[in-house]
Design a protein around this ligand. Structure first.
Ligand code: SF4
Length: 460
């Protein structure tokens, strides 16, 4: 046992890797630590407790975590080091062998166990592991230390029952379990009271949501109810699975102005044979039918997606079908990756594609998508869009805004600058004056009339 020096024991630093689910998990962990009397510091060097909330979706993300652990090793004297999240769950107690200075590991489905783990660690114990796939967890947590002041995450479903052959999530986050609609609505109403105006509903397969309570709400019903909260101006949800994207979800978006005009719908490949090898449960035609249904909505709903290139067995013709799909769908944005084998998955045992081929395909795909985004974003020049202002780009003298279609629109407000007007957290109308592949540039047209209820938030 190694006693924790009193001077540093109640400070913590947490670094988060990976998706929004992990970002939100870290918010919950921060809330828990603050309740236990810990205070957050800005760097690992200042902290008594250093936590890494990890992602193992790709090999690169996992290597990054171990690189971070070896960096902290040199500076860990007197510190307690913990590994949370997917790498902890995926590698388990092996982490103690690879990084002996790690004091505890806690998997992404074991956060319920974290207080008990901390009790043991605070008592000076080391090599404490919490790796159970706890499926009885409550989604209600007493305190969440949220990253931003006006946009908030709510977890509505955890885990995944799909079995994509490349994915570790079913092992790291366990089987799918939905949160009761009453619990979701309680949190949404609480966020509204706190002044949040944008909510993002989270889940690995968010649209597979199925209310476990007697109320039995569908995902579309949940969207409807949250969409009706009077002071919630924007509702997003991610990530959707194409197989569970039912027409009632599009109808709910059509009915509720506050549901954003954006759907993230991972396709992964444009080839049915690759989709079959991935066990994605839909064909290219199924996916395109889903896209057509979303595009037929009353409002223009923008789509983004995830694509894996170089999946085992992907031929040149398969890859060309993926490029063709980009042209057909015209996504607003694409997150694309080279396939990387993950330990314990079915695809890791399949014959692999050479790295050079994967690299070439990724560049080609990104170039094709870049051209689409340049063209599509240029079409927006001259239009006025409503944005939620998320930050300030000091170097460029621009506010960072996000449109309902999830595009970044940076804009100037020379008049407001002179008076020191802080627009963060407000909704503004901005006119698009220029466009690049990844963002738009504009100028303030007017603060939105509909923002009146919210007032200007004062931010440090
Ligand atoms: S749907 Fe597939 S890729 Fe997504 S979390 Fe589940 S198993 Fe992983």
């Amino acid at each position: 046992m190694r006693p924790i020096p009193e001077s540093v024991s109640k400070t913590f630093y947490i670094e988060t890797f990976g998706c929004q689910m992990n970002v939100h998990d870290s918010e919950k962990v921060r809330g828990l630590l603050e309740q236990r009397g810990y205070s957050r510091v800005k760097s690992a060097d200042e902290a008594g407790l250093v936590l890494y909330n990890t992602c193992s979706i790709r090999d690169k993300a996992e290597r990054k975590v171990f690189a971070r652990l070896s960096q902290i090793k040199r500076r860990s004297a007197g510190k307690t080091v913990g590994v949370l999240g997917c790498v902890a769950q995926h590698n388990g107690a092996e982490i103690f062998e690879r990084a002996p200075h790690v004091d505890f590991v806690c998997g992404s489905a074991s956060y319920n166990a974290l207080p008990g783990i901390l009790d043991r660690v605070e008592a000076g114990e080391s090599r404490v592991a919490g790796l159970e796939l706890d499926t009885d967890e409550t989604f209600d947590v007493p305190r969440v230390d949220r990253v931003r002041a006006y946009t908030a995450y709510i977890t509505i479903i955890e885990g995944c029952d799909k079995a994509c052959t490349y994915c570790v999530v079913p092992f790291t986050r366990g089987p799918e379990r939905s949160r009761s609609s009453a619990s979701v609505m309680r949190e949404a109403a609480h966020l509204q009271e706190l002044g949040y105006t944008e909510i993002t509903l989270l889940g690995q397969t968010v649209n597979s949501y199925s209310d476990p309570s007697p109320a039995g709400w569908s995902f579309a019903r949940l969207l409807d109810e949250i969409g009706r909260l009077p002071r919630i101006r924007r509702v997003r949800f991610t990530t959707s699975h194409p197989s569970d994207f039912t027409p009632d979800i599009v109808e709910a978006i059509d009915r509720n102005e506050s549901l954003c005009d954006w759907v993230h719908l991972p396709v992964q490949s444009g080839s049915t044979s690759v989709l079959r090898a991935m066990r994605r449960t839909y064909s290219r035609d199924d996916y395109m039918r889903c896209v057509a249904m979303i595009k037929a909505a009353a409002r223009r709903i923008e789509l983004s997606t995830d694509i894996i290139v170089g999946f085992p067995g992907e031929t040149e013709s398969d890859f060309q079908q993926t490029l063709g799909l980009l042209d057909e769908v015209e996504y607003a944005s694409v997150f694309s990756f080279k396939y990387s084998a993950r330990k314990g998955t079915v695809a890791a045992g399949m014959p692999q594609i050479p790295e050079a081929v994967k690299g070439r395909r990724l560049i080609e795909l990104q170039q094709r998508q870049r051209e689409i985004q340049i063209r599509r974003n240029a079409e927006l020049i001259g239009r006025t869009e409503e944005v939620l202002v998320e930050g300030w780009r000091k170097r460029f003298g621009q506010w960072i805004g996000r449109t309902t279609q999830n595009r970044v629109l940076n804009f100037a407000d020379p008049e407001g600058l002179a008076t020191g007007r802080d627009l963060r957290g407000t909704y503004c109308q901005a006119r698009v004056t220029a466009a690049g592949p990844n963002s738009l540039v504009g100028e303030l047209a007017s603060p939105s009339a509909r923002a009146a209820f919210q007032g200007l938030r004062v931010l440090q």
